[in-house]
Design a protein around this ligand. Structure first.
Ligand code: SF4
Length: 650
């Protein structure tokens, strides 16, 4: 089983015990740019779980690389103790540790921004200053010195981040590099920066450490490098024998189209990047690492077995389940908590400058707060009411502490609102959350009683020491809208959940009034457009999918545009009458009237199912409320809240 994945491999002079890599990803677990306890604990968990190689996140090689103080720093000796502690922790579990060395060039905002040339940058809305020659030389020296610090800290390798349109590729890209000196113009000149960086690094690390380059095989951007240009560069670099491994990705952070591939969400098939790494293998004899939605060891093993890559990045797989490599090696494939590609709590939170975590495993990124799981001295009898995400997580967490747990679900299947979410276009994989949690319930020995609606009497008569109420929420329709009752009665107004479930009868012309601009509303818009309805989508918010992770939002917005959905922001519904929907602008109340509407779909979020909460209010010492019946938010916060509540109460 999985022989390809667990075959050792050598990068330069560094041997890895397997082909599973946690690639560089921002975590926001640092302290002022330095590696501290939280970041050590985070990576050590992945090393303990069996990763062969861990690559730390981007670290600035020069003071001009981090005016926002956003990244780890590698441009002063202050970084050495933290990297050394991390190397020791990772090495203790047989994994190797590389560090990413980074200068973002024109992405360094919002001020003091330098790039090869003064080219307008649409995505950031700014124009960088062209780097003077002494600054270029200084940055090249910075790469070399930063690499030397990694050697001093005891790391096994370093990686130049030349992917995603960052500084080395800004020099190579003729659309972005319009210099007339030795770093611009001819191909050799545009390659000079990268080659001098590689030479400076090698000078500082010698041959004992490996030198990787991360490179986008296609930046998928209107002015980025395409596949032919990237392959030409890899061939050119291979001929000069500069690198020990090519870490291949797709995308760029220069535009929405490129961003979608930087951390590809579930809209993309697992392993969809493998043909690109296969193209790289055709032009280099060096090991090739491939990234991009490789969420199961079987997929990784097949990619390597088919000769499409030599190593696989399984970064989100190990955010979701740090023990994935050990489980895979032991043949416990059904026990692996597979990443569902939702992007919500990992890159989604990092986008917001919050710590990395996982929707399915909130302990990730919070290792010091929640791990190891403490064992109860005296096991208690625990009753969990409601089998949605919060209830399932509470039951699992309580059972992990050694308690006897029974989970009650009134419906025939676990999952709560996840069962709806998985029905939306390109969201089927969200249902993997139910599969994963159901397996964890089984592993932890939780007794699950489905088709069981819990009453007040059942709770009062139970012998439970502690009761967690996770009774969820139901869809609400906004009260006070003129014509609502009549529209609901005659079927011209329908709630979005009925549309998702395929229960609603809809006319050809549909208007969606989405209170939140969230998945139900945008998902229904896409679903109905795909089914051939004429769709107009209206939200009171200024941004579509305002809480979505960037790639998810951009992909949905792009799809709605392609499908011809008319989207209107900053307008709230206030009435519906005989085929006319009435909205008002949120800024000044000015009316917006949409005519010829066959069906108005109301998407107004969730109200609490909190009957039991009120009925049992005299039992506050034994009752804890979690999930949507506490705060109707989303699966991520329901699961995190459940973990926090159990940790605080058991
Ligand atoms: Fe995967 Fe979603 Fe977890 Fe991110 S939050 S690691 S995409 S399951």
């Amino acid at each position: 089983m999985l022989q390809n994945l667990f075959e050792p491999i050598t990068l330069g002079s560094v041997e890895l015990k397997n082909r599973i890599v946690s690639t560089g990803h921002e975590t926001f677990l640092d302290r002022g740019g330095l590696i501290d306890d939280e970041l050590v604990a985070y990576h050590e968990a992945r090393a303990r779980g069996g990763a062969g190689l861990i690559i730390t996140e981007v670290a600035s090689v020069h003071v001009t690389a981090r005016p926002e103080d956003k990244y780890l720093l590698a441009h002063t000796d202050d970084c050495i103790p933290g990297y050394a502690r991390l190397a020791e922790a990772v090495h203790a579990h047989g994994a190797k540790l590389f560090a990413q060395l980074f200068h973002p060039g024109r992405f360094t905002g919002p001020f003091d921004v330098w790039a090869p040339s003064e080219v307008q940058f649409e995505w950031a809305g700014l124009t960088a200053r062209p780097m003077p020659l002494p600054l270029i030389k200084d940055i090249i020296q910075g790469y070399g010195e930063a690499a030397g610090r990694m050697k001093e800290a005891g790391l096994d390798g370093v990686e130049i981040v030349a992917s995603h349109g960052y500084l080395p590729m800004q020099f190579l890209n003729p659309r972005l590099n319009q210099r007339a000196d030795e770093y611009g113009g001819s191909y050799e000149n545009r390659m000079r920066f990268l080659i001098e960086v590689a030479e400076a690094i090698r000078e500082n690390i010698g041959d004992d450490m490996a030198l990787n380059i991360r490179i986008s095989v296609d930046e998928m951007d209107h002015e980025g490098l395409d596949q032919d240009e990237a392959l030409e560069a890899i061939q050119y670099l291979t001929e000069r024998d500069l690198f020990d491994c090519y870490n291949t990705v797709l995308g760029s952070i220069s535009s929405s189209s490129g961003w979608a591939h930087v951390v590809p969400p579930m809209r993309f098939d697992a392993g969809y990047t493998a043909p690109y790494s296969a193209a790289v293998k055709a032009v280099t004899d060096k090991p090739v690492l491939v990234s991009g939605r490789i969420n199961q060891p079987q997929i990784a093993d097949a990619i390597i077995g088919d000769g499409q890559a030599d190593l696989c990045a399984m970064t989100r797989s190990m955010i979701t389940d740090p023990e994935m490599p050990n489980k895979a090696k032991a043949g416990l494939l059904d026990d692996i908590r597979a990443c569902i590609g939702c992007n919500q709590a990992c890159i989604g939170r990092v986008d917001q400058h919050m710590s990395v975590s996982c929707i399915q495993r909130p302990e990730s990124g919070r290792e010091l707060a929640f791990l190891p799981v403490p064992k109860a001295e005296e096991p208690k009898s625990i009753m969990v009411v409601g089998g949605g995400p919060a209830g399932m997580k509470a039951a699992i967490s309580a059972a992990q502490r050694g308690h006897h747990v029974t989970l009650y679900e009134r419906e025939s299947q676990l999952g709560g609102q996840v069962k709806l979410a998985q029905l939306l276009p390109h969201r089927a994989e969200f249902g993997g959350l139910i599969t994963n949690f159901a397996r964890e319930l089984e592993i932890e020995g939780v007794e699950v009683k489905t088709n069981t609606a819990v009453t007040e009497a059942m709770v009062r008569e139970s012998n439970a020491d502690m009761i967690y109420l996770a009774t969820g929420g139901s869809e609400t329709v906004k009260p006070g809208i003129e014509g609502l009752e009549e529209g609901l009665a005659n079927g011209t107004i329908v709630p979005s959940w009925e549309v998702i479930q395929g229960k609603a009868k809809l006319g050809g012309s549909v208007v969606i009034a989405d209170w939140l601009s969230g998945w139900p509303g945008l998902g229904v818009a896409e679903k109905l457009a795909l089914e051939g309805h004429s769709v107009r989508y209206v939200t009171p918010h200024t941004t579509l999918g305002r809480r979505f992770q960037t790639a998810n939002r951009d992909l949905v917005v792009g799809s709605l545009f392609k499908l011809g959905v008319q989207t209107i922001t900053d307008a709230r519904i206030f009435g519906f009458d005989e085929g006319t929907a009435y909205f008002q602008h949120t800024a000044n109340g000015e009316p917006l009237v949409l005519e010829d509407v066959d069906t108005l779909v109301m998407c107004n979020g969730v109200r609490r199912n909190d009957t039991l909460v009120h009925q049992l209010s005299d039992w506050q010492d034994r009752i804890h409320v979690i999930g949507d019946c506490m705060d109707p938010l989303d699966a991520e916060f329901a699961i995190l809240g459940a973990l926090m509540t159990v940790a605080a109460t058991l």
